[in-house]
Design a protein around this ligand. Sequence first.
Ligand SMILES: [Zn+2]
Length: 431
Amino acid sequence: MSKRPFSYYYDDGSRSRSSSPYPAAIPPNDAELTLSLTGPHSKPTVAYFFNEEVSAFHYGEGHPMKPARLALTHNLVMAYGLDKKMLNFRPRAATDDEIAVFHEDDYIEFLKRVNPGNLQHYSSIMGKFNIGVEDCPVFDGMFDFCRIYTGASLEAARKLVSGVSDVAVNWSGGLHHAKKWEASGFCYVNDIVLAILELLRAFPRVLYVDIDVHHGDGVQEAFYMSNRVMTASFHRYDGHFFPGSGSIEEKGTGKGKYYAINVPLAEYIDDDAYAYVFRNVMTDIMSMFRPSVVVLQCGADSLASDRLGCFNLSIRGHGQCVRFMKSFNVPMLCLGGGGYTVRNVARAWTYETSVLTDTDLTNDLPNNPYMSYYGPDYKLHAPIVDSSAENANSRPITGQHSGKGARVLAVCGACTQCANARDPLGCRKVV
Ligand SMILES: [Zn+2]
């Protein structure tokens, strides 16, 4: 298969069916926002994608990324009977050609060939691809793992394109750090970029939203020059926290200028503060950019008590982001991402599956093969929040400092002035 130049997907003004929502200020139009495949009397069709083989891989002893968390999640989804509320698919693995739509051929060839038994043979080029380092080790079946989670995201995107479903879910996807020719942050193949490229075949404008505790750098970089893909990432940022990027000043470039939104946050943000910032920023983005489809990366390392994260969100608080994005009734692809306290990852993504399917769940967990992981409370909404932790973000509602060099996110509500200035969210300030 001949590879399309990546720029094919950028809006050059002639190939795309989309027209830029800028420069004219577009007043929010509730009727347009709720226009979608669903009507008031029909429920969205949710499609669920899971290939059980994906959970059997191991990054290595002590590595925080544990694909087994996907087995916990899937079994909890099944135990609650949520599979009966969705169309269920067992997607095939992605092919080399499908992965090559974004990634470089020599990088794919390396991923295919390297294994723990032949590392020495490739030692001279491991550094080039950032593989073999602590974060991105070579492990048995590494590329097969990538192909399986990527195949699920691609199939999920295709079901949205074909109209088979209004919402598509792949908890095994969402590996947002991988670059075109480089692994990063436990991610080797960027299934999100590939899924967005698939969506761009049919949808004029794609909105990518990232609630992982880490900046969604790989996706932002891939579409940094695009005005058909807006990226919005909410993450811990202090210039050092991995991956180090995600400053509010990163806004996109060229035709993509102002189409990258970054919301840098300080540690221990709680449910109320997060909801306030998320709702304000996303309301503005939805009204200004008016996406035809949303891709939501639901990284669960933004939960309280995560092994690597430092936010203080409850299961319900994390799920509120999913609920809020669902409320716009725009077709949506929901993906996983980070999440390193395995039992809470499973809780969060199961709860979010219930949100997407409009299903109430009992707080007592149903019996399932991994029940022992959920002790001692065996609850869905386990008490994971650290009530003694101080939210290092100031209170955005009052704009007041809470001290200790806190960050203020002054999020503009109306944005009319900024829209006129071609920067819909430019009135946000870090004080
Ligand atoms: Zn993360």
